[in-house]
Design a protein around this ligand. Sequence first.
Ligand SMILES: [Zn+2]
Ligand SMILES: [Zn+2]
Length: 251
Amino acid sequence: MHEHASARQALEQMIRSGDLEGLLRQAEALHGHRCPFLALGVKAGQYALMQLQHHHQHHEHEHEHGHGHGHEHQHGFGEVVAVVEGCNCFIDGIQLVTGCTLGNNGLLVKDLGKAAVTVARKQSGAAVRLAVRGDFRAGMFARYPAVEPLFEKVMVQKQGTEEDRHRFQHLWEAIARRELEVPLEEQFKIETLTIPVPDTARSMGTLVCSRCGEGVLATKAKVKNGQNLCLACAGEAYFLVSGRGVERVTE
Ligand SMILES: [Zn+2]
Ligand SMILES: [Zn+2]
């Protein structure tokens, strides 16, 4: 856990000092571009960690470095999980700042198609939920009227010339940076709450699929005619997580 902690030190320093610009730059490296909802994710993640940290220091006396299940998410802000409510640009800001990712078991996707997150301390369930306000989009377009027709053309209709796309990208990046300075309460509905922390303990047992010979999580394998098969070989439905959300699909 100590290498993990030190690898995140620079980020944690930015979180503590409120260096949203620096965090947005890091998030951009992960996300591939700079956009307003990425900036919102960065702000929400930074705010939530600072709030929970405050709560932790003043109201809790938990054992910070207890031995967990080996590969769990833990850093200088204590062990937290993030429950995001959709698959969108917003969640990359959340993943980068909170360090809660799909890969490290720290991220849960509650697929409501919203830009919202609940960050919770794993041991106590003390949590902060931030949901992008329903009037955010309209307000943003009102603040930057030049971008709305371009957004419509480039992002919604998937049309527009190379120049339109270029101008849109340029404006979109500028807006992302400017939105860092807008007061949080104008962008988010914020609530503090306590949640029952979901059990994210990962099942580790694996089997080998009799058809493709690939290793597969035992809880995902299907037994057919006495053989263990992965869902792909068994032709069974599985869950696909994509930008559209979480869907049950069959190959
Ligand atoms: Zn984006
Ligand atoms: Zn297989």
